[in-house]
Design a protein around this ligand. Structure first.
Ligand code: BG6
Ligand code: MG
Length: 226
């Protein structure tokens, strides 16, 4: 049922692939490791890793081994995950505000003007560093530390924690994601889900745009109120 009095109180953003295109650097960093391990890894496979935390991503890559990765000790896993992270950190070293995706800054400014809270719900332990490099850290009313929640995306925990910290009920929150796991997390949290990207992958989103430049607050509000 439409509720014209229903207003957005918070918008909670994913980082990688929404605020900046670091998804490509995650891909490159995993590719370096997978090549070294002799495991297949391409962009289609990488799609499954979007939104998924580091160890869970590694598990998916190792599951392609003949024994599904069962013989790989935890020590080895930690070593490989650390190696991937070092690759990634080297790749993002030079990231600066020129890598903010189109439309994001205008949206942040408009949200601020309207008094709508802004949250960050990224699975990445590098998110804090990145938002500082992008110089957008001051826009956020809350940045959830992914290490502080029990379950990663697609579980709703990180979006729920953002809303709880803001003191805003889920039904007045909008989440923005580029990954299937992220959309499931938003929906699981009882929020309105905006997908940025591909229609097939993000079929569960409540509202979909093909690119960030198309994220307009008035359009988002129109869909939210429907
Ligand atoms: C998510 C990315 O935002 O963060 C994933 O979409 C990544 O690809 C995850 O694996 C964890 O990132 P990090 O920086 O903690 O390894
Ligand atoms: Mg993402």
């Amino acid at each position: 049922m439409s509720d014209s009095r229903r207003e957005i109180e918070a918008m909670i953003f994913d980082l990688d692939g929404v605020i900046t295109d670091t998804a490509k650097y995650h891909y490159e960093a995993w590719k370096l490791l997978a090549d070294e391990l002799g495991l297949p890894f391409d962009r289609a496979f990488n799609e499954q890793l979007k939104g998924i935390d580091r160890m869970a991503s590694l598990e998916k890559i190792l599951s392609q081994m003949p024994d599904g990765g069962a013989s790989i000790t935890m020590e080895k896993r930690v070593q490989w995950a650390t190696e991937k992270n070092k690759n990634y950190q080297r790749l993002i070293e030079a990231v600066d505000e020129t890598e903010i995706l189109p439309g994001i800054l205008d949206l942040f400014r408009e949200l601020k003007q309207r008094g709508i809270a802004i949250g960050l719900a990224s699975a990445s332990r590098n998110a804090g560093t990145l938002v500082r490099q992008l110089k957008v850290d001051s826009y956020f009313d809350v940045i959830v530390d992914p290490a502080s929640v029990a379950h990663g995306k697609p579980a709703p925990d990180i979006f729920l924690k953002a809303a709880e910290t803001l003191g805003i009920v889920s039904k007045y929150c909008v989440g923005v994601e580029d990954a299937e796991a992220g959309i499931r997390a938003i929906k699981g949290a009882g929020m309105f889900a905006i997908g940025v990207g591909d229609k097939q992958t993000l079929a569960e989103a409540d509202y979909l745009v093909s690119e960030t430049a198309l994220l307009s607050l008035s359009e988002i509000e129109r869909h939210f109120r429907q």
